[in-house]
Design a protein around this ligand. Structure first.
Ligand SMILES: [Zn+2]
Length: 520
């Protein structure tokens, strides 16, 4: 029984490798039908036959057949997928108001750039094994059309998390890899480590998202030949034109200031594999780049995640990285596929710090606005969504125009409303996490991780809650605030965007991108 199972896995794995190597033009020139598109021949059987994959495809077909938009244009040359990591609906609403208030307005009327896109819908984010999901399973759903378990990167649900052997032969092919097969340029931009779950789901296959370098691989994983995510990135790198983000430590040996135990310098390996490529590590180098003479670029701007934009930092912004990526990718005549992740919205929330989460969301809005101005929307599908939500709530009865990071002040009043316990409270707060901390001007939300939890009601009468370092009150004590399980928004424009309305399984987003890029 066991050996049969293993044999089947081995066959599936072999099939994937050989399929990835087949003549590319053959894959995309064959006739396709609405039920089996030609690109699917580049996918392993267990991916195409997965109930999740088939359900997503059916969901899309039903929409296309029954919508008043039946027959409308869906073919796109380019796709940009923006992911606000942890950007739930309450985050979007609060960021919209904050952006408006920074501009001197009341705030409520404002719209972020992506909220102005013509199509929007909901995404059901659960993982195969979790009601409230994690980023590895959710990005796998968007990248491959297949939902999987929490913590797993582009390997299907038959693998067990952290069990290398169980993942053998269960690899899934991502839309980024399909784009490469189709001759398109590809890019990844993130403010997190490039080996972190969201970006990694596009190029790596791993039973464990935390295997970012070899120091994190288990004994079982090493014994069974599983490769760390940074090493997988290097193997995939000749096909990825642009990668910009953080995470340098996972590419360098301990002796070079990194965290690798194998003594390797993977940045040097990248240079050897990409002899025409440019490696950069600073904002100055990024801004000085000649995009027209760059076809391969790796930029690692921080040892770990990039700085929060609220911090004093010399690092490039998400907008600057997005602009550079686009200016390189747009040179490819066959089109491009670009992922842009605002990775630190999630981290601000995990720290219980709405200031950073909202400012990172505004940064995403700025990056989207810039991208929209640089692409032809008749041939570019632009999707903005989140992988999952967070437990930040927007509550009380603050008056119109009340500072979104402030204490609740009721309509007609000038001083904060007192709750049943006689204490004021903020409009934004968290269901769980580390609780209230007044860190004043501190822009790095993660500093709170060094402090004891301080949950429950606190007297914040004399605290300025609008500073970067204010961490909101929380009810349930946890070392880290958690993700939320409700749906997140999908905002879209360009060919295919019209199918991203209503309530969708998250893996349906893959099918819309694949149909747009590779359909007839
Ligand atoms: Zn998270």
């Amino acid at each position: 029984m066991n050996s049969l199972k293993n044999r089947r896995r081995a066959i599936a794995g072999t099939a994937l490798v050989s399929l990835m190597a087949v003549n590319l033009s053959a894959c995309f020139s064959q006739a396709s039908s609405s039920t089996s598109l030609a690109y699917q021949q580049s996918l392993p059987d267990h991916q195409v036959n997965s109930p999740w994959f088939q359900q997503g495809q059916l969901e899309l077909q039903n929409k296309m057949q029954h919508s008043v938009l039946k027959g409308s244009a869906s073919k796109a040359k380019n796709v940009i997928l923006f992911v606000g990591d942890g950007m739930g609906v309450s985050t979007v609403t609060a960021a919209r108001i904050l952006q408006g208030q920074i501009a001197g307005e009341s705030g409520e009327e404002n719209l972020l750039s992506f909220e102005q896109l013509p199509f929007s819908g909901f995404s059901k984010t659960y993982n195969v094994d979790q009601q409230t999901p994690d980023s590895a399973g959710t990005m796998t759903a968007m990248m491959t059309g297949v939902k999987t378990d929490a913590g797993i990167l582009s390997v299907d649900e038959h693998a067990n998390r952290s069990d290398c052997n169980s993942a053998q032969g269960r690899d899934l092919v991502s839309v980024l890899e399909l784009s490469q097969l189709a001759g398109k340029a590809t890019g990844i931009v993130t403010t997190a480590r490039i080996t972190h779950a969201t970006p990694a789901a596009s190029y790596a296959k791993s039973a464990e998202r935390d295997w970012e370098d070899d120091s994190e691989l288990s004994t079982e994983a090493k014994a069974n030949g599983c490769i760390d995510i940074a090493q997988q990135f290097i193997a995939a790198s000749p096909e990825i034109n642009v990668t910009l983000g953080g995470g340098r430590k996972h590419f360098l040996a301990e002796s070079l200031g990194g965290s690798r135990l194998d003594g390797k310098n993977l940045i040097q390996q990248w240079k050897s594999k990409n002899t025409q490529g440019q490696y950069i590590a600073s904002r100055e180098e990024l801004l000085a780049l000649d995009a027209n003479n760059t076809t391969s670029l790796l930029g690692l701007f921080n040892n770990s995640h990039m700085d929060y934009s609220a911090e004093e930092s010399a690092e490039p912004s998400l907008l600057e990285m997005t602009n550079t990526a686009l200016s390189i990718l747009k040179n490819e005549q066959q089109g491009f596929f670009l992922i842009v992740e605002a990775g630190r919205i999630d981290h601000g929330h995990h720290a219980g710090n709405a200031y950073n989460a909202l400012h990172e969301t505004i940064d995403l809005s700025d990056a989207v606005a810039s991208a929209l101005s640089q692409v032809d929307l008749s041939e570019t599908l632009v999707i903005v969504t989140a992988d999952h939500s967070h437990v930040m709530t927007f509550a009380g009865y603050p008056k119109r125009g009340n500072p979104i990071l402030g204490k609740v002040v009721a309509a007609g009043e000038d001083s904060p409303t007192l709750a049943g316990d006689g204490l004021p409270y903020t409009t934004l707060s968290y269901m769980n996490g580390r609780g209230m901390h007044d860190l004043g001007g501190e822009g790095n939300a993660d500093v709170v991780k060094k402090l004891a939890t301080n949950v429950g009601r606190k007297d914040i009468s004399n605290i300025d809650t609008e500073t970067p370092g204010y961490h909101q009150e929380a009810l349930v004590p946890r070392h880290s605030e958690t993700h939320g399980g409700e749906d997140v928004g999908i905002y879209a424009t360009g060919p295919g965007a019209q199918w991203l309305t209503g309530v969708n399984e998250q893996n349906m987003i893959f099918h819309v991108m694949a149909l747009s890029l590779f359909g007839d």
